[in-house]
Write a protein that binds this ligand. Sequence first.
Ligand SMILES: [Zn+2]
Length: 1191
Amino acid sequence: MADKEDAEPVTGRPRSQRVNSLFSEDELIEDYYDAPPANGGSGWSDNDPGPRPPAPAVSDGSPGTLGTGMEGAAAAPLSPTIKAGWLDKNPPQGSYIYQKRWVKLDADYLRYFDSEKDAYSKRFIPVSSISRIASVGDQKFEVITNNRNFVFRAESDADRNEWMRTLQQIAEERKSKPPERTSMFLTTNGATDLADKSGFLELRGFKHKLFVAVAGDKVFLYKNAEDYRLGIGITYIEMNVGNVKEVDRRGFDLTTPYRIFSFSADSDQEKEEWVEAMQQSIAEALSNSEVAERIWAVESNRFCADCGSPKPDWASINLCVVICKRCAGEHRGLGPSITKVRSLKMDRKVWTEELIELFHQIGNAVANQFWAANVPPSEAIGPASGTWDRRRFLIAKYREGKYRRYHPLFGNQEELNRALCAAVTTSDLAETQALLFCGAAVTCATGDPQCPTPLALAEKSGQRLQMEFLLHNKTSEPPRLEAGCSEEKPYSVPLPSVTHNGFLYKTPSMAKPVGERKGQEEFSRRWCTLQDGVLSYYENDRNAVPNGEIKVEEIVCLVNNPPHTHGIESTFEVYIESERLYLFGLESPDSAREWLKSIAKSFIHPRAEELLALDFERIGRLHYKGGLSLERAKEGWFALAGSALHVCFEDSERQEPLQLRKLQELSIQGDNEVLVLVERRRTLYIQGERKLDFLGWVHAIQKAAGSSGDTLSEQQLTESDVPLLVDRCIDYITQCGLTSEGIYRKSGQNSKTTNLLEMLRRDARSVRLKEGEHQVDDVANTLKRFFRDLGDGLFTARWGQDWLQATVLEDEEAKIGEYRRLLGVLPTVNRATLKALINHLFRVQRFSGENQMNTHNLAIVFGPTLFQTDGKDYKAGRVVEDLISHYVKIFNVNDQEMKKQQDEIMAIMKMREAASSGTQQAGDFICTVYLEEKKTEAEQHVKIPATMTAEELTFEILDRRKIVMKEKDYWSCFEVNEREEAERPLHYSEKVLPILHCLGTESYLVVKKQMSMENMLIYLASRVGDCKHGMMKFREERNLLGLGLSTGFHDRYFILNHSCLRLYKEVRSHKPEKEWPVRNLKVYLGVKKKLRPPTCWGFTVFYENEKHEKQQWYLCCDTQADLREWFATFLHVQNGGSLWPSESSKVRASRSQQDSRLGNISLIPLRGNESEMRNSVAAFATDPLTLLRNV
Ligand SMILES: [Zn+2]
């Protein structure tokens, strides 16, 4: 089975050291003198006169050219070896002894190594630099490059000839490749520009500094800068197996499975840059090229739209052009109002199907027909053009529109707008492009009240791609020829110098929030100027000495008040570092907006300039922690617009919006010090350094995170766009009320329903519906009331009548078709909500035997509710009845989804049956949980409500035993599997009930301290990047067909990233042998002894795919630390980075779990079978004394 030829077992440390020793100073000297002086050698420079520096980027060539790179594109671009063997290399000067070298040739490099097992070469010579191969007698041959010659001796003439033939052939092939592959390296100023970062670094083990270049997905080591220019280096490191870690102020390690490279930079600033460049390189090596491959499927997209470089992997998503990395850098300088730059490989989120399709339809071909219709050859740029030329060209091309093809309507604004409104209803994207970039206004008035904007027109006409194009150009500015100033235009100055002046109304500055409304008389009119980074205010416009001034660099926040907040129509607040705020006002909203924009522009960091395009109500800088490094607070730029908080994080170039209404948690910690925002995938801590502006942010964010009105889309939402309120009610009824007789028909208590609805409307996120506290009928009526009072209704005023009309269609198929069509035009939130509700009703009627609510009865109740009618129109009920009856067809529910729902119904049924044997309340489930270990004294019996999380259960148990959780006591709930001899700490937010349902008889729950948590948290906080890779011992569960392939444990190489775990047979394998989505893995600590695990640090992993096929396998690590790191990474990935709850949720959880009926009396352990036990506990729940009396 083992592939001997390619086998390069990595056996850990000894190997690394051996390789290490090979990079000695000797090695540096070895080749140093064996080359003739640059032009003192034979005059063999054939057709290639000048120096031809083969740059590191040559290596970017993955095997094959663009067209063939389809399969395994995501794998590392390792070139397959074409020829390899032992050769003698001629001795360095001063020595007569030939050195035995393992020589390897692939499509890109000729490399030689000390031994065939080495991962890192002693020398690499780019094939592209080889000009000739010559025979020099004695079985020797010479590899001639433009500057150096290398002599090798083979064992026989035949061997020598074979080498020469192969080398010649490969070198020829390289030369005959299309020029664009190599022409980009013919730059006159050397290869410098092609590397992402290059320069000198100390490498441990070397006396002299090495010249290091990070380029694409590799890091290249050269003896010196001259070698770098020539392209002849020592070795390169494939970054798909790399990991970078900062060590001290100037030092950092690049770790690979073969060797640790310990570098040291000249300064900490330099170090930061190197680490960043190398991380970028790792990201590139591990990035997914699926999007790129799809976009490159169109020929013209395979070359940069601006300079023609091959394989461009960046794009401007509003211009719809694919561009190279260097052009992308210049695009970014133009600003997001002109071009929005994204990576094809790294920005996976933006690449929707629509956008990809748009790049097929427009892309470089159609875009350049417009943008580059008239480029004079003297101004065009090529792959090798310098930064300055590139910048000048791109400014002319996109900012000024100098080369564009003018639309015949150019200059006639009204006509342009009218033409745009017409174009967006057709599929003619080229026309829309031409109109938009010749001045048509993307938000012009259409004159149609139904569809007020071109976007709405496109939507109505079903033109998805037009919509996509318009959306990305919502904030685009049309090109403008600015005479004379085009080249002086600041490219990226630290703070743009903004000038603005005029009269403003102003109050004295304050050290407290503006509490109450300020009357007009409290403002004084002042002449204000914004100039050279200072906002000054003067008594009047003739005064030369200001009354006061604000330095823009001291501004931390700018707030745009809603109109008429004070006695002057438009007001805004300026907060400064020293905790003061200035209130300004203007009668004219337009001038106020201009002031706001100017001030914002003056103090916002250029990297956050994207935020300026937003219609923000608040903008500024704040300190935050988040992501991987929690120990250091970073500075981010924030803008609040509507219900989205847009953030430019310190380490990312683009702003990211957080949808505040979709937050899972929003809380404030400490004494108003930290605002915690929990999103599905991450947690963000915003720190209140300065009280004044921070409190303003907190209130504004809290307000924006709440519901803002009574329509659906204004509610707090779940991830799937269903109002949280609806989700909470449905969830509660599903857990507690499916079998409740007359559910949704019986009325609840009016006052309770009113209160509950108000609470949920205000902040559904903070409401927990609990049994005992809330009655099923009250919750059911709350849900109904919500829909009945809903602004615009669930079916919307616009479409409601169409739904009712559909019921008269006699043909069943036609009717279903019409419902589906209508469903398609509903706004997203309405559609998601309707689906969730009908899905719920579909379940409710499945229990009609018990609850008496069949489809018809439900329809009678919900028809008038949802259509907000008086109930006289029978059609409303018909719609609901049809929707429930044809639920599967209308909502396109697939088998998998259906199966999942059925499983859930089964689980609920089971619970019902169990419950019906006692007097238990609906939804309760009693379970035995142990404290610290499984023994009878440690038993606790706990009622598990549907909403209980592992954290809450832990607190329940600790509370009962009066155990106080101290800091760094990581009490957790574990699921222990006795059969597998493995256990798994539940994540604190995991719901316990579903786990109980699938807990086998050999499993139980125990609450104990999680000893490794602290170390895991430290590890996660200290590491760089969010993936892990390395060797582990792997064993698969025996083949179920009984073929008896007991395989034992074998070394395998694993890479775990944010989405999947990949297994490679060898460290250097191109393609993973197996790949599992992390979400579908359940990882337990421990491996059963029967399997004779090779170390005691193992995992048992269960995998279940969508088809419910199960696999089980085992992994072993060499050290405990390694095990911890792997486990921490798994948890980190599976739980969106949050391993341990924040302080506030602990407090809340512990309080909310005080069950009044149980008080603090701990339950007395019970004996007997499960149902006896349940009965007793249920009885206890009703009257605690009965139980105590029995004892
Ligand atoms: Zn380019």
